[in-house]
Design a protein around this ligand. Structure first.
Ligand SMILES: [Zn+2]
Length: 67
């Protein structure tokens, strides 16, 4: 078996990686991915919930002032 990060032979202690360093690299990569997904998910939720019921009365007002 080889380390998925640097392709060196794995160590029994840090399986499936060769060293603590490569294990940490893989962990941080995985964490970064989930963090980015969570961030975009919250952004989407905020965009959907931000619907204001503002009435467009500006056009009517300008019509009344015309005559
Ligand atoms: Zn490695």
């Amino acid at each position: 078996m080889t380390c998925p990060i640097c392709r060196r032979p794995t160590t029994e202690v840090y399986k499936p990686f060769c060293s603590m360093r490569c294990a940490n690299i893989d962990l941080s990569r995985w964490f970064d991915g989930t963090y980015t997904i969570a961030l975009s998910a919250t952004e989407d939720a905020e965009g959907d919930g931000g619907t204001d019921n503002a009435l467009p009365s500006d056009g009517d007002e300008s019509d009344t002032t015309n005559w």
